[in-house]
Design a protein around this ligand. Structure first.
Ligand SMILES: Cc1cc2nc3c(=O)[nH]c(=O)nc-3n(C[C@H](O)[C@H](O)[C@H](O)COP(=O)(O)O)c2cc1C
Length: 366
């Protein structure tokens, strides 16, 4: 099982849904960066369950503790360990699921792969695992801001087939995004999304959607062709988030309907170097950032655990009807926004450190 992500900036997440807690070890992080628990907590609060009526009722405060790697408010250059204790476990809710794998969840595949599985809550397949990613992402973001001025903002751009109009993201901030609990910055669409999520919740059903993310002030030159191209790593990072089904960068699938003459991003002179007048490339060409904002989208499915009765079979193959108990998200999109931001920060952080190392060696050689 791979719980490790990254090459130079490397994270290892640990813990499961109904165990003692969840956490992450961040390795390869520079010394001397100011870091306190509050820097991490702001993003965990945006991921936490129970933050609005649109999310699961599981009551977790998700308070983070820095266990190691930081002294007097500064990183020490050694592994940073962050931990969040689980509080509101109700393993009883999962009793019926011991014998019946939830359709489209991870119960069946974990069982066939490992011959065993966590007895409740989805174990490592639970979205609680993403606490470690969000915490590490917040740590990475501190470094990204300090070293390169990079900032990352994600928002919900579609829910259940209801699309927000194109958002002007140039000056978009996380506070704009958080004005609506659904995390869509377009007020009217946010209200309509809230309505359809609440309707689905009342019906015991779930909805999917799309998160859009912009990474601004990314310097040119990040990305490691040919296998660790920037878009390949972003796709890897995003598709490792539970419940994701698709990734698009720049024009994405819509670009297949355009001609080269429309799709090409002409170069223009900008601030003493080159920029592009359009950004169908999404800020990446040849797997390397070109200095334009990175713009990508991530598709999330309607989550598997629903309160409606579903005809299925148990692990023995006997027909049964499953009606899930427990507390589940009717739509994970609002809570997934900081997860997308966190994973983007980890990819950019890793690529930034790799490029800085290359430049240092190059300077020494020349
Ligand atoms: C923030 C977030 C919350 C989630 N909450 C639930 C949930 O309440 N119920 C559920 O069945 N799945 C939930 N999921 C999705 C499952 O973790 C995921 O579907 C499961 O691990 C199977 O993996 P897969 O969908 O990637 O194949 C959530 C995902 C995210 C990102």
């Amino acid at each position: 099982m791979s719980s490790i992500f990254g090459q130079v900036l490397k994270i290892t997440t640990f813990g499961e849904s109904h165990g003692k807690g969840i956490g992450v070890v961040v390795d390869g992080y520079p010394a001397g960066v100011a870091l306190q628990e509050e820097d991490v907590q702001v993003q965990l609060d945006r991921r936490r369950p129970g933050q609005s009526r649109l999310t699961t009722d599981r009551g977790e405060a998700d308070r983070v503790t820095i266990l190691a790697g930081v002294e007097h408010g500064k990183t020490l250059g050694i592994p940073i360990t962050l931990f969040v204790a689980n509080q509101d476990q109700r393993p009883g809710d999962y009793h019926s699921l011991r014998t019946v794998p939830r359709p489209s969840h991870a119960d069946y595949t974990y069982q066939v792969k490992y011959g065993t599985r966590s007895s409740s809550g989805g174990g490592r397949a639970s979205a609680r695992e993403t606490i470690g990613r969000v915490a590490a992402g917040a740590v990475a973001e501190k470094m990204l801001r300090q070293l390169a001025g990079i900032d990352i903002v994600a928002w919900v751009s579609s829910v259940g087939g209801l699309d927000a109009p194109v958002i002007d993201w140039k000056d978009l901030t996380r506070s704009h995004v958080d004005r609506h609990a659904v995390r869509c910055p377009h007020a009217e669409t946010a209200d309509a999304m809230t309505d359809i999520i609440m309707k689905a919740k009342d019906q015991g059903d779930s909805l999917g959607g799309v998160i859009t993310c912009v990474c601004r002030h990314v310097p040119p030159g990040l990305g490691e062709p040919v296998f660790d191209k920037m878009e390949a790593l972003l796709a890897h990072a995003m598709l490792s988030i539970p419940a994701t089904k698709g990734f698009e960068i720049g024009s994405g699938f819509a670009g297949t309907r355009m001609r080269g003459s429309e799709h090409n991003d002409p170069f223009v002179r900008r601030n003493g170097s080159l920029g592009t007048s359009t950004n169908n490339s999404g800020g990446v060409q040849g797997g390397i950032t070109n200095g334009e904002p990175i713009l990508f989208r991530v598709a999330f499915k309607p989550v598997a655990t629903i309160g409606l009765e579903q005809e299925t079979v148990d692990f023995e193959g006997n027909p049964t009807v499953l009606k899930a108990r427990g507390r589940h998200d009717p739509c994970v999109l609002p809570r997934a926004v900081p997860i997308v931001e966190g994973m983007a920060a980890l990819v950019l952080g890793d690529m930034l450190l790799q490029q800085k190392m290359r430049e240092t060696v190059q300077d020494a050689v020349c």
